[in-house]
Design a protein around this ligand. Sequence first.
Ligand SMILES: Cc1cc2nc3c(=O)[nH]c(=O)nc-3n(C[C@H](O)[C@H](O)[C@H](O)COP(=O)(O)O)c2cc1C
Length: 483
Amino acid sequence: MTPMGTNLAELDGTAGPAMLAYFEARAKGGCGLIMPEICKVNEKTGVGMFRQLAATSDRHIPSLARLASTVHKYGSKIFIQLHHPGREGVSTLIGGQPCVSASDRMCNVSKQETRPMTLDEIHELVEQFGDAALRCKKAGIDGVELHCAHGYLLQQFLSPYTNKRTDEYGGSFENRMRLVLEIIEDIRKKCGKDYVLGCRVSVDEFLNTIGVTEEYIHIQDGIRIVKTMEAAGIDFVDVSCALYETCLMAVETFSVPVVTLSVCHIKDPTFADNYYETILGIYCTYKGQLGMYPISLLLGGQGAEMATQLGRDNSAIPKKLDAEFVIRKNGTKVEVGVVRRGAQIVKIEMELGSYNHPLTHVLFQAPAPGKKTAGSGYYFHFDRLPDENGVWRFTNTCLIRNIVNYTYDAWTPGYITKLEINSSKDDPWGCIPVQTIVGGAYAENNLLITALQKLEDVDADKLMKKILPAWYDKTTFMETGRK
Ligand SMILES: Cc1cc2nc3c(=O)[nH]c(=O)nc-3n(C[C@H](O)[C@H](O)[C@H](O)COP(=O)(O)O)c2cc1C
């Protein structure tokens, strides 16, 4: 079974019940060899899609082992496809930073800003492919495949069309082969010569079909590449062709919404007493502006009412009072629960020590106890009023930004091991698909809003369709839903 992205992995890149059931059915149906899908080897720049299988950490070994034993029960074999998208990724999936590639040549289909990898990044990536392969081996996976096809990163190094480097990883055929050969060598060193290793290769890029006259991989180059890989000791070749620019498919660039949740204990806020808040937001680009666009905010604790009236976000997003927060710390384990009107809306379990995603620290501006940072939040301000016929319509809708100073009393990175968001009649959060977890923290901070700017007027009717397509609910606009 050819590898196909299923989007069935859990948020942390593990294979959970949905993915296991999917591949179990294929194995039961008689499939001899299953290659699940592109699998992450690098969390920083190597994300290929939402809910993607990962082998980036030892935490993923038990999950890969579950996949292996699930299909082995039926006599099937399983190979994991190790992958990095390079310039065919989506910047929003990697925190808004440019995609990386051999050079700065942008893909004309995905159209993401692209920068060349540094030598340090290349060397680190070689190790990451090798480490991921070793995790697969330890998990009982039967073999691995390097994704050197479809225009992804390894092909970007192999092809003279995308590789314009002038160092030892670009220029001559030997130099363009270097990255893949180093990865093969590293995998052999870590997994041994008997571990099954192959490459999926685009043996022709067919760039003539879109009028390209520069050098690219023609079939004779493809054969040379494959023979060189064979000489380096791979066991099989999985022949494919093309890159995004010559694939017969319509891939649209889109701004990917990633729903995130944060829980904070705000100590001594300038405008109120201590209070707790939970923000559910969509992390996305809006007109090129990457940011967190909150869609709901629950407030609880002493100063909650004051915070609602005075600050935080100046009425821009619906605030729901009366939330009860329980934050329990036991050694390195932290449990967080948020209940509102008797309904358990949020349940989180976190293991202190590291984040789920290395970018988290950058996103939070590297906080630490005693550190002061400044940040801004983007909020859509909505007013809704009845028109002359009594029909409720949006008025005065705009995008605003507030500038906030934070001072941290405590900050310990957390790895989210469990996240449940449930819906109640009043809080329809559970319907929103959480797409990724970057990590959390055991934190206490205070905040001061220093400025509020109106950025632009927006058309709320159009915007709503984008940000909350199916989940927009009248309770978002402060109506209780209890009628
Ligand atoms: C939804 C979808 C996801 C895919 N994901 C991957 C992938 O993760 N890795 C890969 O090498 N190819 C991927 N492919 C390409 C397939 O492996 C296969 O080469 C392609 O579908 C052509 O084969 P077919 O004509 O039998 O569909 C994907 C194809 C589809 C339709």
